[in-house]
Design a protein around this ligand. Structure first.
Ligand code: C2E
Ligand code: CA
Ligand code: CA
Ligand code: CA
Length: 278
């Protein structure tokens, strides 16, 4: 007979139950977070690489829990996806982001785009397109100023539903971008098949562009390819002036990163706008 007992014992080791206990605790806190208004959006400017003009802001979610402090998205988004909580959280994110975009439009006296991250499960949930359209009509933001950021992972599933949702959003005039471009393993042909407007070059490439000639070649190739397909480009994770220069020369349209500003709470972003316009 096989000795099953041993592996069972390993399975219930103290470290394991500690991990799952921690997870359960995080999960139950996450379940209450929306109702307790513990979520907050930070905003990071996206600028025109050649003249530094502000074009849009990306909304980045933070979770402020009174007991555990500020939790970064990498720690709770996967959990929110697994539990399905992401649908309600994501809906709040889109509503909040659209409202803030209208506030800044009024402050600036001109339109400003808003980019929102959408995770795969949220995207595929029933009523997603309707909830996006509701956020637009409630806030009064025109569809063309909302851009939804989707990772290559989502497109990889190749399902008819994904294609349909993308098409519907596109028909409504909402913009679509591919986030973290270059990190997935998808065939580039998906760019032709789906109605994307923008590619966001992943920060891992941008950060090595001055150190690693291979990355420099790769980034230039991505820019040329995307342009030939009529796509706009945003370079993520730009931290240094020399990277901006490289991107300018390579013809990259837009940039985003600590070099311009860290993601800021809404009030500080509004102050940043004031100092930027004066
Ligand atoms: P992302 O969409 O790729 O967002 C960019 C991340 O890079 C952000 O991390 C941002 O703070 C960080 N970043 C910006 N500029 C720089 C830079 O110059 N250098 C470096 N090293 N990092 C920079 P953050 O805010 O921790 O967000 C992490 C990820 O969490 C995001 O990656 C996104 O995938 C996800 N996320 C954030 N907010 C939401 C949301 O509302 N919904 C969903 N589904 N996912 C979200
Ligand atoms: Ca993003
Ligand atoms: Ca489009
Ligand atoms: Ca990204």
């Amino acid at each position: 007979a096989k000795r099953k007992g041993k592996s069972d014992y390993v399975h219930f080791s103290p470290e394991m139950s500690e991990i799952s206990h921690e997870r359960l605790q995080l999960e139950s806190r996450l379940r209450r977070a929306l109702q307790q208004e513990e979520f907050e959006l930070f905003y990071q400017p996206i600028v025109n690489t050649s003249n530094g003009n502000l074009l849009a802001a990306e909304a980045l979610l933070r979770w402020n829990n009174p007991e555990i402090g500020q939790v970064m998205p990498d720690r709770f988004i996967p959990l929110a996806e697994e539990t399905g909580l992401i649908t309600a959280i994501g809906e709040w994110v889109i509503q909040q982001a659209c409202q803030n975009a209208v506030t800044w439009k009024n402050q600036l006296g001109r339109d400003i785009g808003i980019s929102v991250n959408v995770s795969p499960r949220q995207f595929r949930a029933a009523g997603f397109v309707t909830s996006v359209m509701n956020a637009l009509s409630t806030s009064g933001l025109a569809a063309e100023f909302l851009e939804l950021e989707i990772t290559e992972r989502l497109i990889l599933d190749n399902s008819i539903e994904t294609a349909q949702i993308l098409q519907e959003l596109d028909e409504h005039g909402v913009r679509l971008s591919v986030d973290d471009f270059g990190t997935g393993y998808s065939a580039l042909s998906f760019l032709k098949r789906f109605p994307f407007d923008t590619l966001k070059i992943d920060k891992s490439f941008v950060q090595d562009v001055l150190k690693d000639p291979d990355d420099a070649v790769l980034v230039s190739a991505i820019i040329n390819m995307a342009h030939s397909m009529g796509l706009r480009l945003i370079a993520e994770g730009v931290e240094e002036e020399e990277q901006v220069q490289f991107l300018q020369e390579a013809g990259c349209d837009c940039a985003q990163g600590y070099f311009y500003s860290r993601p800021l709470p809404a009030i500080e972003f509004s102050q940043w706008l004031d100092s930027y316009t004066s």
